[in-house]
Design a protein around this ligand. Structure first.
Ligand code: NAD
Length: 358
């Protein structure tokens, strides 16, 4: 089969890690008889530099007309002083919205070989970490009304958290369906003791839960959830939460599973065209140094094969290659743990995955 993939390399380490994932996809195609055609488009700071806007029309059209999208990351200090609506990160929200990608699936699994890089106490880590976070992606405070105004104490700024019943219902269905093929547990995370939008979130999730009687559904306040993820991550199976809470808690998950350089994500809507990206940012501190861990992006490519193309065997082959590379002891700098071994570069780690891919 032939698959057309739009490549959004973006900024910072984005180009390095996207190129790594493309090599792995190419080899997977060679082994299993598929052709992956890659078309690059500009996004973020790179697009601002080239044509004055973070999300050019050609990029949106190219993504809409492709079978799937692979994204690196956007942003960096060079563009940090731009006004909010001109920043590279705005392009990210724009492309998610343009493609209708309301679901963000973020699996967080502790590979046994990563126990050393995991910051949890040994007895806590040994109970295992295998969580799928379902983050709502096109609503909430990131998309609500915002601005500046004169307030009671002088100039002030505001952002608005708003959720409709429809937005909560559709993400809740994704969470319960995900739980049905896993350990049948959903924890819905909100701040219903304070926020009205969270109270609507909670009552809507409960109503949808009635359609999935086999799934155990509980609520947790976000502050408690931040603590429970460290204290006892084994209690979680599927988490469903809002755009902002999911953004923050999934970075926390990265530290209990080893490194932010290991966690992939899939952003999906109602069609098979999804967008796949690591959960981390553009890591300007290591950009251009060939130090980035490419595994999160490689694992994101595996999610693309699974969710957009239905290529489960091929997805598992990539995930197995990554696990085998880690089991064999190969490490980039971010996952060295206490070891004083020489870390592999981004290109060396990519070569290892290619070597182990069968
Ligand atoms: P970051 O995730 O880019 O980096 C945080 C830390 O993790 C840094 O020390 C970095 O070196 C390290 N890190 C991240 N990815 C790594 C990898 N693959 N291998 C090894 N180390 C890695 O977060 P930040 O520094 O807060 O943000 C930098 C820029 O990225 C900002 O402009 C921010 O807005 C943007 N950002 C973009 C996205 C996205 O495009 N999806 C997401 C988050 C942040």
């Amino acid at each position: 089969m032939n698959y057309n993939i739009a490549l959004l390399r973006g900024d910072g380490i984005g180009p390095e890690i996207v190129d790594s994932a493309c090599e792995v996809l190419k080899k997977t195609g060679d082994i299993y008889g598929h052709t992956f055609n890659f078309t690059p488009y500009l996004i973020g700071g790179a697009a601002i530099d080239a044509c004055g806007e973070g999300l050019p029309k050609e990029t949106v059209e190219g993504c809409v007309n492709s079978d799937s999208v692979l994204l690196g990351a956007v942003g960096g200090p060079k563009w940090d002083t731009l006004p909010g609506n001109k920043r590279p990160e705005k392009a990210l929200l724009g492309i998610r919205s343009a493609l209708g990608l309301y679901t963000n699936i973020r699996p967080a699994k502790l590979f046994p070989a990563m126990a050393d890089a995991c910051l949890l106490r040994k007895d806590v880590a040994e109970k295992g970490v295998d969580i799928v976070m379902i983050r709502e992606l096109t609503g909430g405070i990131y998309f609500g009304e915002r601005g500046r105004r004169d307030g009671k104490y002088g100039p002030e700024a505001y952002d608005t958290e708003a959720y409709s019943v429809m937005e909560i219902e559709r993400i809740a269905h994704v969470a319960f369906k995900t739980a049905m093929i896993r350990r049948k547990k959903v924890v819905s995370i909100d701040k219903a003791n304070v926020l009205e939008s969270s109270r609507l979130w909670r009552e809507t999730v409960h109503r949808i839960a009635e359609q999935y009687p086999e799934v155990e559904c509980t609520d947790m306040l976000v502050d408690n959830a931040a603590m429970q993820l460290i204290k006892n991550p084994a209690q979680f199976d599927v988490i469903v939460t809002t755009n902002m809470f999911g953004d923050i808690l999934s970075d926390e998950c990265s530290q209990i599973t080893g490194s932010i350089g290991l966690l992939p994500s899939a952003s999906l809507g109602d069609t098979t065209c999804g967008m796949y990206e690591p959960i981390h940012g553009s890591a300007p501190d290591i950009a251009g140094m060939n130090k980035a861990n490419p595994l999160a992006t490689i694992l994101s490519a595996a999610m693309m094969l699974r969710y957009s193309f239905g290529l489960e065997t091929e997805a598992v082959a990539i995930e197995k290659a990554v696990e085998d590379v880690l089991d064999a002891g190969f490490r980039t700098g971010d996952i060295l743990g206490a070891s004083d071994a020489t870390p592999l570069s981004c290109t060396e780690m990519t070569a290892k995955v290619l070597e182990y891919l069968k």
